[in-house]
Unconditional design. Structure first.
Length: 214
């Protein structure tokens, strides 16, 4: 218990860093994921190809490699940002590919006739998607999106290897101060458990309120 009580501020900064990474990367992933899902079902071939390429590349690229590409590659093109922003970008883009596929699967559950009825009323593709299809699709994909964001929270641990303040990175100074590695990791695991259980609770509430009855 001493490792926690005597280093509470260190653990607190790490936990806050993990929460910030999770929140900001989740917002980016949701925005990009929905956009790519829209691209993948768009009537324009170029948009469909772009969405398919986005998902294919990111889903088949190791997240650590993507971190290296963002952290080391983007500054070579003149884009210099804080490491935290780079971490959010890497995490958000990577997770957006999985959000996209979850949303697309939800779109496929909406009866085709509803889209046809909307178009027969003169609604554009954007209007049909935003007002008719996506609201129904989201009800079906609340659980998989929740699971994906829980995975994002755990994946944020990689950011600690790139000088970003987050929970897993707290073991380094604790190890240098001579604390037990085992107990250091026990409290780190507890911190991640708090984050993931909070996300799970939020999506459980959302599913009970808006989810599709099974």
């Amino acid at each position: 218990m001493d490792v926690l009580t005597q280093n509470f501020s260190l653990y607190g900064r790490g936990l806050l860093g993990t929460i910030e990474l999770t929140v900001y990367a989740s917002l980016l992933a949701l925005a990009l994921g929905v956009l790519m899902a829209a691209f993948r079902v768009a009537p324009v071939a170029g948009l469909r190809a772009f969405g398919t390429g986005w998902v294919t590349v990111l889903r088949n690229t190791p997240l650590t490699l993507l971190f290296f590409a963002v952290m080391l590659g983007l500054p070579r093109f003149g884009l210099v940002l804080p490491f935290t922003a780079f971490a959010v970008l890497a995490l958000g883009c990577y997770t957006s590919a999985f959000i996209c596929e979850a949303v697309r699967s939800g779109i496929n559950t909406v009866p085709v006739g509803q889209g046809e009825a909307a178009r027969s009323l003169g609604m554009t593709f954007e209007q049909t998607l935003g007002a008719v299809v996506l609201p129904q699709a989201f009800r079906a994909v609340i659980p998989p999106i929740g699971s994906t964001l829980i995975a994002l929270a755990k994946n944020s641990a990689i950011a600690g290897s790139f000088s970003v303040t987050e929970l897993l990175g707290t073991y380094k100074p604790l190890n240098e101060m001579g604390y037990s590695v085992v107990w250091s990791f026990v409290w780190i695991a507890v911190g991640y458990l708090l984050v993931t259980l909070t996300i799970s609770a939020i999506f459980t509430v959302l599913e009970k309120r808006w989810g599709v009855p099974r």
